[in-house]
Design a protein around this ligand. Structure first.
Ligand SMILES: [Zn+2]
Length: 155
């Protein structure tokens, strides 16, 4: 598998939002998990390590909200944004429709001046194209900021 460093210039979202997902897992009172015997159709009743009975434990998984999580949760198209996961740092979302707006794709040769007018035009264009998802983020109190700049990422 090869990956390429992409350089994006333009509008992107910095999304500083966590998702809390209620999950359950089975473990014994000593915290041992079930063995990885997936072929068994019935769950194992007792821990293979200490012999205690397995019980179902509820827990909350906390993770950064990706654009795919948000599209599922709020109901906008899953292909709206590309998610850049940065581990502990807030996720970056780049709009798929505006991703090549400045560079014009691979065949492009030329120049693009970045000045206050072109930035304002890019922000305006972005706000129009993404009015629906942005409104859904606002309505659901998602913590995000719209930035103009460069993003380097692997894909
Ligand atoms: Zn155990």
């Amino acid at each position: 598998m090869s990956s390429h460093t992409q350089v994006y210039i333009g509008i992107y979202l910095v999304v500083d939002q966590f998702l809390e997902i209620d999950r359950t897992k089975r473990e014994c009172e000593n915290g041992h998990g079930e063995g990885r015997v997936w072929s068994h159709s019935r769950p194992e009743p007792f821990c293979g390590e200490c012999g205690s009975r397995f019980i179902t434990v509820e827990y909350t998984e906390k993770r950064r909200m990706s654009c795919h999580d948000a599209s599922e949760e709020f109901g906008f198209d899953i292909d709206t944004f590309q998610n850049i996961d940065r581990g502990d740092k807030p996720c970056i979302w780049i709009g798929n429709e505006t991703i090549d707006s400045l560079t014009g794709g691979e065949e492009y040769e030329g120049e693009f001046e970045i000045n206050p007018d072109t930035i304002a035009a890019a922000v305006f264009d972005f706000a129009q194209k993404y009015a629906i998802p942005l409104e859904l983020l606002n309505d659901n109190d998602v913590d995000y900021a719209v930035h103009f700049g460069t993003v380097m990422y692997q894909n």
